[in-house]
Design a protein around this ligand. Sequence first.
Ligand SMILES: Cc1ncc(COP(=O)(O)O)c(C=O)c1O
Length: 406
Amino acid sequence: MTLAKRISAISPSPTLAITAKVKEMKAKGIDVIGFGAGEPDFDTPEHIKEEAKRSLDEGFTKYTPDSGIPELKEAICKKLKKDNDLDYEPGQIIVSCGAKHSLYNAMQVLCESGDEVLLPSPYWVSYPEQIRLSGAEPVIIETEEEEGFKIKIERLREKITSRTKLLILNSPSNPTGAVYHRKELEAIAEIAIEKNIYVISDEIYEKIIYDNLKHISITSLNSEIKKLTLVINGLSKSYSMTGWRIGYAAGPKEIVDAMSRLQSHSTSNPTSFAQKASIVALEGSQEPLRGMVSEFAQRREYIVERLNSITGISCLKPEGAFYVFPNISKLLGKSYKPSPCAQRLGKSQIIKDSINLSQILLEDAKIAVVPGLAFGKDHYLRLSYATSMENITKGMDRLEKFVKKL
Ligand SMILES: Cc1ncc(COP(=O)(O)O)c(C=O)c1O
């Protein structure tokens, strides 16, 4: 069989693969602690579920307008004004099947062969693949731990060429939890305006932010950057609605219209009753969200402290999202002797890289983490703390015990 060239270079999402592997191991009765999850471990709040049920009972089960129902677009406009001080009209909004879908649509309508897309590393796993699927090339901008995993302006300038089409910005970040502050965003916006580069601002973790920080959308800085920016957001993370598949984009009408045309020939509308429930999520009580963030904040303190207490591991304290991205470079090159339960890994071996370490941790210590390499940075692991404190404690005990044996 001959598959199209554009798909042969695309690998499956490594984070979804880890989650599936953990489920499979658990089903076999193996006691594995999963730190791979990219979704809150909280249920969707009751009032949101009630609205979906009510919509179903009322027969709201048919096609809706391709780019989303007007009432949801209105609710999104109100949200963008209230939270981000952004003025948009419903015609500048598209509702898609998750933020991932909005991002995909955006890449398809903005980029093509010959274009370059600036992508700060570490990056969320789907960005490079979505860029390639559009025909464009990802151009990596390395960010360093010492700089809080945020773009250094000189490095950004160096990477700009006549082919640069857009920059992807993700704050708070998956996988590092880095949050861009106003001054940093101003410096980036200045360059984007000067060089006429579009910005995709993925703000899906905006509400999961700590230390009384306030999320700032680069779009809100001035009218010039607003003309170049597409805001991506969604309901998945803030309202524990990952399975509902509702995300959205807000931006220049021309871009949003093109995305709507594309969507009208691919998925059509996002699920009808999930859209209705999303209005209630945005406009109803935000108490469940506050409770979730306060729980995440406690877990963050604990997991960062535990990781930093393990000799050979160091970890920055993230300012947002629900991931930690510990540095494991001191563990690489160490020799490891499999315990009896992991004999199939061989006798003794040297830990080569983050992929190798993640495999060993899964087989031997029974903890599932995502290798940093999946996000463009070897020498790191990504752990999600969207799991109970009990699991985190158990997992950290296992990790500590494992590292001591090296
Ligand atoms: C940075 C980032 N953007 C977008 C998404 C997609 O979210 P969804 O498609 O569930 O709305 C994710 C999910 O993991 C993410 O981490």
